[in-house]
Design a binder for this molecule. Sequence first.
Ligand SMILES: Nc1nc2c(ncn2[C@@H]2O[C@H](COP(=O)(O)OP(=O)(O)OP(=O)(O)O)[C@@H](O)[C@H]2O)c(=O)[nH]1
Ligand SMILES: *[C@@H]1O[C@H](CO)[C@@H](O)[C@H](O)[C@H]1NC(C)=O
Ligand SMILES: *[C@@H]1O[C@H](CO)[C@@H](O)[C@H](O)[C@H]1NC(C)=O
Ligand SMILES: [Mg+2]
Length: 436
Amino acid sequence: MSNLVVWILCIIYFICLSSLTSTANDDQDLFAFEPVRAQSLNVGTAKPRKRYLLYSINPGEGFNLRRDVYMRVASLVKMMNDKEDWTLVLPPWGPLYHWKTEGLKRDKYLWKTFFDIQSLNLYVPVIEFEDFLTENGPVIDDVLYLQHFEGDRFTGHFEEKIEETECIEAPRYSKHADGKYRGWFWGYERVAAKNFHCLSAQGFAAIVIPALRSNYSKARSVLIDRAETLLHNRYGDEDYWQARRSLRFAKPLIDMGDAFRRDRLDSTDDGDITTLHPDWRDHQVKPGHAIGGPYIAAHLRRRDFLYGHRDDVPSINRTALQLLPLIEKYKAKKVFIASDAPDEEFEELKLYIPIAIRYVPPKEILKKYGDGGVAIIDQWICAHARYFVGTSVSTFSFRIQEEREILGFDPDVTFNRLCGDKQESCEQPARWKIRY
Ligand SMILES: Nc1nc2c(ncn2[C@@H]2O[C@H](COP(=O)(O)OP(=O)(O)OP(=O)(O)O)[C@@H](O)[C@H]2O)c(=O)[nH]1
Ligand SMILES: *[C@@H]1O[C@H](CO)[C@@H](O)[C@H](O)[C@H]1NC(C)=O
Ligand SMILES: *[C@@H]1O[C@H](CO)[C@@H](O)[C@H](O)[C@H]1NC(C)=O
Ligand SMILES: [Mg+2]
């Protein structure tokens, strides 16, 4: 197709789109958008067939890194859908290494437990894995297992490359007597794959597009495993932020966080200037717009971080020493603590800071939403504080910082971290500011 034809198609598409959305009301155009686009792209071309992209992540990765990988894959789907019709299948959550609360169902959590699926759908088409099973059945066509190139991880220069090769480590799938591959499909035992390939890959998420469009073009459903191998196409650009803005939390979790803010922290959206537009595409505020509730918040990442990042994570008494001047400066009535710390550590902190408070979930909430739901409530409360300080290199803290960028806080009251015991001062987090 010549460039001219492409341009004409684009123009027709935008005219159709704008005339349709201007007559539809806000709620309807949410659903009108996708079919309109699919049809108008079909002028003179074959309708692209529906394809499903699934992905999976190294089992050791935590909840918040997984949310980041979602954005990389969603952005990939967005790119491919300029020509094709991909639906992103949301991998069920759990079990996760950090989700330890005893007696909880720890796998097969649906995305809607934690996130607002309608909101995600305004960025790219997504469905829950269970809906994929209904639409497609339990057989996935191709599994692409990503691995690093053997032996040349740090050669000095970065070059994008991808190729089908031998498997380097024994992958978590095996061929059974019926010729199909079985493995870990999120605990769904009847699920299997027809084909399995190991791919060495190094590069940005878009690197897999040519292979999906040629080598594996016959596959209707493709699962990319070890998707964390793929890097963000453009970390921090408008597209990154669109994917991030669409990743809104589930309403019940937001409501519980808001109730805690109101009842325990004297914090409401009206007073804090943190009201979000119901549709993320329409929410755009300037830095410094939000003021936040009359409390400061700290995310104290403890447990494995005390060993893994020993020099950068302060002991409890040093944490208190760093928080006290902030209480003064921001005239905080309360200090909200989000933490994976055991109770004894929180009690120790309270000796130094009596106004420290944390969210303790009722049993039935913990049972229904698990450790993931409680983590989100903690993040939501941290996101609305007048001032936030996190833990060095914790992705849990990073996600809070992003939430605050969306709400429109001044970066000065967001991109902060605590320093280790031996550090007089320390390098503060990079300011990944929101872009529209
Ligand atoms: N409720 C709650 N849980 C936390 C908090 N900090 C850490 N956790 C738990 O510990 C896990 C730690 O980090 P993960 O979310 O797994 O994320 P990660 O990608 O491993 O993040 P980091 O290890 O912090 O870089 C969270 O998922 C929670 O289960 C917190 O402040 N509140
Ligand atoms: C695609 O196919 C070509 C030719 O058969 C092969 O050399 C290449 O490694 C394949 N790439 C991927 C990513 O599968
Ligand atoms: C602070 O805590 C550390 C680690 O728990 C401890 O070794 C140190 O003695 C404490 N310092 C004070 C002044 O309490
Ligand atoms: Mg982690």
